[in-house]
Structures are given as C-alpha cells and as structure tokens.
Write a protein that binds this ligand. Structure first.
Ligand code: SAM
Length: 174
C-alpha cells in the first residue's frame, strides 16, 4: 500500500475499526487526496475519528455496511487506488459483531470494479474465530475466479504451519 498510494489518490478503508489503516491511508494521500473509511459500529467510527484528530489527518467517516457503501460509491462513479479490508471483529469489543462471508464477498466484488489500473485491494482474514475460516475460503475462491488478464493475486500466510493464523490476500489491477 505504501508503494502504490500517492498524494492526491482516492482510497478506502472498508473496516475502519480503531483507525490504524485509515491513518496510514490518510497520511499517504495527504491533503490533496480523499480517504473514505467505514464501519458498522459507532465505537469504531468514534475511535477512528479520535485517532485522526490526534495526528491531524482527515478522512470521510461513515457508519455503514461496506457492501452497501461501496455499491453507492461505485454507482456514483468513484474510482480508487486502494481498498483495505481488515476482517473480523473490533479488538476489545463484541466478537459477535464481525464481518461475514456474504457481505465481505459483495464488498470485494464491487471494490474490484472500482480499482484503477495499478491499484490494489488488501484483505486480511482471521481464520481463528467463528465464521473466519469460511470467510477466508470465500475470499480465496473469489480471487481464484478473477481474470488473470486484469488482476494479479497473491496470498501471504501469517504462519504456514498454523491453519488458524491470519492470511493476507492482495489483488492488484494490471
Ligand atoms: N482496520 C482496523 C484498524 O486498523 O484498527 C481494524 C478492523 S477490525 C479487525 C474489523 C472491523 O470491521 C470492526 O470494527 C467491525 O465493526 C467492522 N465490520 C464488521 N462488519 C462490517 C461491515 N459489514 N461493514 C463495515 N465494517 C464492518
């Protein structure tokens, strides 16, 4: 993401959480760019907002499901250099409020249509919690069906010897 995103770009954090990724994206696009970050939990949006305020960065924060918001942005013609998904639940919060295979799939499908050439989608999947393994499998299956002419994909395992370790999926548009 650091290599791909440049000042002035439009980027999306699809799971704002505590705002670590939003902060990274906002710092890379600088004041001339646009960072849109979303989450379904008010606590996450507040936490991200406080973090940005502390470090003096700006992002558009939205309390909404990413499948819904990405669809709206896509329909409005928004094109982006990067979309980051950090799946699962908000650390320190209710573990039952987590991303799920069906809305994640809908969101990554739209995200791939919004990507500019040279852009990337990153998806970190946590396989150790309820539904996490199914979600990771769904993401990998979707990735395997992408056209190789248009997209380059990769998978990086947190620990190849541990079936529940986190996995990073990266999709790059040619
Ligand atoms: N990227 C975050 C950070 O840097 O702190 C961590 C994200 S946390 C692992 C996952 C977040 O996804 C949670 O805050 C959760 O509320 C959010 N989430 C779950 N389902 C969602 C959905 N359908 N749309 C948007 N956010 C969702």
């Amino acid at each position: 993401i650091r290599r791909i995103v440049k000042p002035g770009d439009t980027v999306i954090d699809a799971t704002a959480g505590n705002g670590n990724d939003t902060q990274l994206l906002a710092s890379l696009v600088e004041a001339s760019g646009r960072t849109i970050a979303m989450d379904i939990q008010r606590t996450a949006i507040e936490s991200t907002s406080s973090r940005l305020e502390r470090v003096g960065l700006i992002a558009e924060l939205r309390l909404v499901d990413h499948a819904v918001e990405l669809d709206l942005l896509n329909s409005a013609g928004t094109r982006v250099k990067a979309v980051m998904f950090n799946l699962g639940y908000l650390p320190g919060s209710d573990k039952l409020i987590a991303t799920g295979a069906s809305s994640t799939l809908a969101a990554i499908q739209v995200a791939s249509r919004m990507l500019l050439p040279g852009g990337a989608i990153t998806i970190v999947a946590y396989r150790g919690h309820g539904g996490g393994l199914e979600e990771a499998t769904t993401v990998e299956q979707w990735m395997s069906e992408l056209s190789a002419d248009q997209f380059e994909t990769s998978r990086i395992d947190g620990d190849v010897n541990n079936a529940t370790s986190p996995v990073l999926f990266v999709v790059r548009k040619s």
